[in-house]
Ligand binder design. Structure first.
Ligand code: NI
Length: 252
């Protein structure tokens, strides 16, 4: 059975069938899922889901796209949420320079502040970085606290640097895409105790379902593809990623 280390079941695209879908995951060979927040509302929803379903865990945090709404009040409320034993991660946090009209300085300040909070709370972080790797690494080096680079899309060279800093790297459905040469290289190289797998659902369905709404039952395609890249069995990939996910987030 597979663990989905990063999902967004609070997304409105699941409003029509969330409960049915979640309850059906055990029959789809899904052992556990971690539902990740991106602002205060979605973090609250993640905690609610984690308290409704025993196999569900939560991450709380502010995504860089929501950085403008992060104040001391939000920080206090998120810290309060981490007292719930089903909250195992702070995220997703990071930097996203993909779109125009973004405030880089604000994103950097909010990212660093959340890294410091997570370090203080001794809770691992889930890092999102898009078109912003150099600045992300600068902050990560400034405030080293354990965690995972989710939905990794960087180079092999940078992956080596991140692993040296102690970070885990998580692969989503993008590793199955034909043009994802860098990510495939990283998946081949990554030490067996340093990688996770995730859906990031409802986004990023793996091949052959690219473009459709994603859910955890599709993780088997991602695991299969990584097994082929590493020339090992899919069972080995699942055993390794499950072990790594449990170790990082302290879940049994
Ligand atoms: Ni995500």
């Amino acid at each position: 059975m597979i663990i989905d280390s990063h999902s967004h079941y609070d997304d409105t695209r699941f409003d029509g069938d969330r409960e049915e879908l979640l309850l059906g995951l055990k029959n789809q060979n899904i052992e556990k899922i971690i539902n990740v927040g991106y602002n205060l509302e979605s973090s609250k929803m993640a905690v609610k889901l984690a308290n409704t379903y025993d196999f569900c865990y939560a991450a709380v945090g502010f995504h860089p796209s929501d950085a403008k709404d992060f104040t001391e009040n939000e920080a206090r409320k998120l810290i309060e949420l981490t007292k719930d034993p089903k909250v195992v991660c702070w995220g997703e946090i990071g930097l996203d320079y993909h779109y125009d009209n973004i405030n880089k300085e604000q994103q950097k300040a909010v990212f660093l502040h959340q890294m410091e909070i997570a370090k203080e709370l001794k809770i691992p972080v889930a890092i999102h970085t898009r078109d912003a790797m150099a600045d992300t690494i600068e902050i990560v080096k400034k405030c080293q606290t354990p965690g995972v680079f989710h939905c990794y899309s960087g180079s092999l060279e940078i992956a080596k640097e991140l692993v040296k800093l102690g970070y885990y790297i998580s692969f989503s459905g993008t590793v199955t895409y034909k043009n994802a040469k860098n990510v495939k290289e990283v998946a081949k190289w990554i030490p067996s105790d340093k990688y996770l797998i995730e859906t990031d659902c409802p986004y990023l369905s793996p091949e052959p379902l690219r473009g459709t709404r994603n859910d955890s039952s599709n993780l088997k395609y991602t695991a299969q593809h990584i097994a082929e890249l590493r020339n090992v069995s899919v069972e080995q990939v699942v055993r390794e990623t499950n072990g790594n996910t449990k170790r990082l987030f302290g879940i049994v």
